[in-house]
Design a protein around this ligand. Structure first.
Ligand code: HSE
Length: 446
């Protein structure tokens, strides 16, 4: 038998490896400082792995004088972040400013136009302008990388674009916001109301002073749009995504969820369906046996369904200095190794504008809680409304009294389309016996 010769061609072009790779960093908050520390503390390790040393040479931040606990002497200081793009010795710009537009976008455009690689942890920027920036990167033979933008220290984008590249991904589901998961965990463990845990989380520095993006699901939506783009080869699409946060989750719903065998989690979901791509951010009841149900505190997790791989699960810290900086540095290493591949795993020109499944066409099961007068005929009114919309009840609980006035009726439905579930809610709201706006929470069994 003739010998088989395997010729391995490394996809690594370490151009000019005799010189250090020079990095400019815009934004010296927690993550920026973390990047400086990794590059400093692991200098030898990284140089060995990459074949050349990696050095920070320029930085930009709002306040020059602040003590950040790292030595900035020797770095060129830029008051205006966009200056980093035009500093000759800078090979890579790392953007840690944040925001979908403004200085972050200006810096991204300037950097890529000059043919330098651009690395960011900014999910809003990529979710909103990802296709434009990926195109600009390709036109200028530069790399655009954003591993740290989704799930902090979990290398989920690399896993999707490289490790699972042989699969057709049918869906992915994740807990992508540590603040929300932390709040839901404490609400459950301590029986506290949402507002009380949020106030405490802000006091302890877990939640931002303005936590809107986190608790209203926008941060999760940015991350979901990026994951869907890589998984399905589509342009990031924020416009067609229904987004709901956790403000309206009440302790009583957390208790009922447990009684029914579920736990409430804020999820980002992306699925291919026969009628279009479905992306959503929702607080959902997930079975206690599901891997995502057991991800607690500020931890993030993502499940990806590949057709050949089967489900794979990724769990880790979704935020913080070390984890987020770890992902930024992984991107720097990729660029240093010359791993230039399309930002979303396919050339920007072939990113598709896939049709979105309209939100009311979603098919699922639902939890509905009503507070009603405890009197004869109430159940008849409720079941009449259900019959009108052909929605079938899977389970029904009524017991004791509600804390103030009336009694809670809690039901879960069999599979139904979202438009029917929402119509039911309208019928219930209109009933005289219903004392407050009903609560609807989707059930996700994956
Ligand atoms: N604010 C995010 C969270 C971390 O709470 O998970 C950064 O994406």
């Amino acid at each position: 038998m003739p010998a088989v010769t395997l010729q391995i061609e490394w996809n690594i072009t370490m151009s000019d490896t005799s010189n250090p790779l020079k990095v400019g960093i815009a934004g010296l908050g927690t993550v920026g400082v973390g990047v400086i520390k990794i590059l400093r503390d692991h200098a030898d390790l990284l140089s060995q792995r990459v074949g050349r040393s990696i050095e920070v040479c320029a930085v930009s931040a709002r306040s020059k004088g602040r003590d950040r606990g790292v030595d900035l002497t020797g770095f060129t200081w830029c008051d205006d972040a966009t200056e980093l793009a035009s500093i000759g010795e800078v090979d890579i710009v790392v953007e840690l400013i944040g925001g979908s537009d403004g200085p972050a976008l200006a810096l991204a455009r300037e950097t890529l136009k000059t043919g330098k690689s651009f690395i960011t942890a900014n999910k809003a920027l990529i979710a909103v302008h990802g296709k434009e920036l990926a195109t600009l990167a390709e036109e200028n033979n530069a790399s655009l990388r954003f591993e740290a933008a989704v799930a902090g220290g979990i290398p989920i984008l690399k896993s999707l674009a490289e490790g699972l590249a042989g699969n057709d991904v049918s869906g992915l589901y994740g807990i992508l916001n540590g603040t929300c998961n932390y709040i839901l965990t404490r609400m459950e463990r301590e029986g506290l109301a949402f507002a009380d845990v949020l106030a405490d989380a802000q006091r302890l520095g877990y939640a931002e002073a303005d936590p809107t993006f986190d608790i209203d699901g926008i941060d999760t939506a940015h991350k979901t749009a990026i994951l869907a783009a890589i998984a399905f080869g589509m342009a990031p699409d924020m416009d067609s995504m229904p987004i709901e946060g956790i403000r309206n989750i009440a302790p009583v719903d957390i208790d009922y969820a447990q009684e029914l065998g579920y736990r409430i989690k804020l999820l980002g979901l992306a699925r291919r369906t026969a009628d279009g791509v479905e992306t959503r951010v929702i607080p959902a009841m997930v079975p206690l046996s599901a891997s995502l149900a057991n991800v607690m505190d500020a931890t993030n997790a993502v499940v990806v369904d590949g057709d050949f791989s089967g489900p794979t699960v990724y769990v880790g810290a979704g935020a913080g200095e070390g984890p987020t900086a770890s992902s930024v540095v992984a991107d720097i290493i990729d660029v240093a190794r010359g791993n230039v591949y399309p930002a979303f795993g396919v050339p920007a020109a072939s990113l598709q504008n896939l049709p979105a499944l309209p939100a009311d066409k979603h098919s699922g099961t639902y939890y509905i809680r009503l507070r009603v007068n405890d009197q004869p005929g109430v159940m008849a009114d409720i079941t009449a409304a259900l019959a009108r919309e052909s929605v079938s009840i899977e389970s029904l609980i009524q017991r004791g009294t509600a804390p103030d006035e009336g009694v809670y009726i809690v039901m879960t439905t069999h599979q139904t389309v979202e438009s029917s579930a929402l119509s039911i809610l309208k019928h219930f709201t209109a009933l005289e016996c219903v004392l407050e706006t009903p609560t609807l929470i989707r059930i996700e069994t994956f």
